[in-house]
Design a protein around this ligand. Sequence first.
Ligand code: HEM
Length: 430
Amino acid sequence: MLSWIFSPWSPPPAVLPSIVEPSTQILHDPLEHHALECLRDLIRLGGGGTWPPTATFDDSWPLPARAYHSVFRTLETSLPVEEPSLDHARNRVIIDSFRERMRSALVRSINLQEVEETLEEWQSSGGVQSAWLGFFTCLSFLRHAYRWGVTPIVSEAQSESSVEFPRELDLPWSALQRHFGISSPSGCMTSICYSNIVADDHLQYSVTAGMSELHNLTEFWNTKLVTDMEIKVLPVYHLFAQTIAFMDMHDAVAAKDALKSANDILRAALKYFFNTMVESKMSHTVWMAYVQGFQGWALEGIDGISGGQSLVFRTLDSFLGIRPWPMQEKEKLHIPEAQRNWLNCLRDYDIRAVAKERDYGEVTAELESLVKQLRLWRMGHMRRMQPYESVHRPERKTMTAGISVVDAPDEVQMIEHLKKELGQRLAQTV
Ligand code: HEM
């Protein structure tokens, strides 16, 4: 047995109390119900002992895996450039040369057979989940860096329909896909954002290393915002699970009170969202080229990371019965299994239908108030995304990280396209 193996759901060391305490409360809630069990599994199995997840990095990994961290560190500053070239042939040379440097660094430092054996042992012994999460993050950053070859991303790379990855990046990726129950070749919100914030509030891996403070700040807040949203709404998840338990006990008053508290907490979290998605924290000019581009994927019809993968809005949709549900195969691409199980548990319960059927007027009123908040958020998000998505970047085709290459003729039409996409979900939020 290796020394770094211990229980998969021990809270990792050096985690901020603001993250540990709400998770601990849920783990120790004496209420017994399937919904609470799903939430506890999200914390233990999905987050390594906390939600949002706490990842640990190279020191906590088995020795053969640590070289991946060093490879990323070595190449980290050579990915971003100040002024992207508009010359396709020149970009082809830059991309190929970055990929070649990564390929040789991997071949030089990784012993693939040892990595394979270690990961098998790690999997069968239930290795520490926080360490798995950190490894997931590292491999995601390496794969996205290899996929793009340069950031800001350029149309030369966007035009590729497939890319052959080094075996050193494919073999551990298959193990990670099995472990987390995802099927995408790209990273996801869990690996690239949630698990990339470390305890003292900085990013473990950066794609703006060596760039200006504005670049670093924008990248930091992009990750911090989605992660902070999870911290802020974890008590809401707890209240949702408790509400379902109270409904099953036919305690309409306790259910209504829990939902009232959930409404209050959500209101504060959404206010934080809009106070953070502002120019002083996330620069309009920097965001698309230096942060969003890297998170895209756009290969073989598969997308990269979208805010749509954030658990908070999927949880709200699932709890409130906002249909249609995503196709299972599509959700499996980027949403790890523990998160999917939590969402499916909420969908299966269908609380608004239960409350209506039993004529629980006050419960229904609180549920409708949550729907109203979600609608208002969708309207505000649609407005706020526009200055970010309308920046002119001549080196690339129009694309979002979440819905791949659109290749609209200009930014105005791109915004129209995005408004239509987001408007559809808004219309469904009833
Ligand atoms: C600069 C910041 C952001 C911009 C410019 C932006 C823009 C967009 C765009 C264009 C879409 C539709 C295409 C796609 O999925 O890629 C989208 C979808 C979405 N985004 Fe954002 N977003 C930002 C931040 C966030 C954050 C921080 C969250 C959540 C914490 C979020 C949550 C969502 C959700 C849930 C969707 C799916 C559509 C829906 O459910 O209404 N976004 N975003």
